[in-house]
Write a protein that binds this ligand. Sequence first.
Ligand code: IDP
Ligand code: MG
Length: 139
Amino acid sequence: MTTNRTFTMLKPDAVAANNIGPILAKINEAGFKIVAMKYTRLTHERAGEFYEVHKERSFYNDLLEYMSSGPIVAAILEKDNAVEAYRTLIGATDPSKASPGTIRNQFAKSIAANAVHGSDSDENAAIEGSFFFSKIEIY
Ligand code: IDP
Ligand code: MG
């Protein structure tokens, strides 16, 4: 069974490059409804918690440094089959492999600073959404 919600972050590189507006426009044009949103910043420790599944990867510490280097936008998005639809909209992790027209193809700087996060499963979408938002912050 699929749910109709996914979780995203506009990462520090996207915020620093003034791309919040253009990325939200693409999300909007693709038919996602924003049901929760927050402009915030992760500490190194909170980034470590969020990316705990990657703790054995070689790039883990660099990822935490990067994700805590500046503010982000966190949001919960709603659309039919949201997880898969949003992964398609953002494109591959490595922007050089992301299809034309995808958010990462258009806005990512590198495989690390790749503009946006998108949940990879319904289960993780729910976990990641509740990492940033309480029930009363979701509309
Ligand atoms: P995803 O964001 O497309 O789901 P994951 O494999 O879950 O990709 O990796 C999480 C994040 O870790 C990526 O979005 C990217 O910021 C970073 N990352 C992934 N692979 C590499 C790498 O090979 N070098 C540096 N950073 C990476
Ligand atoms: Mg992932």
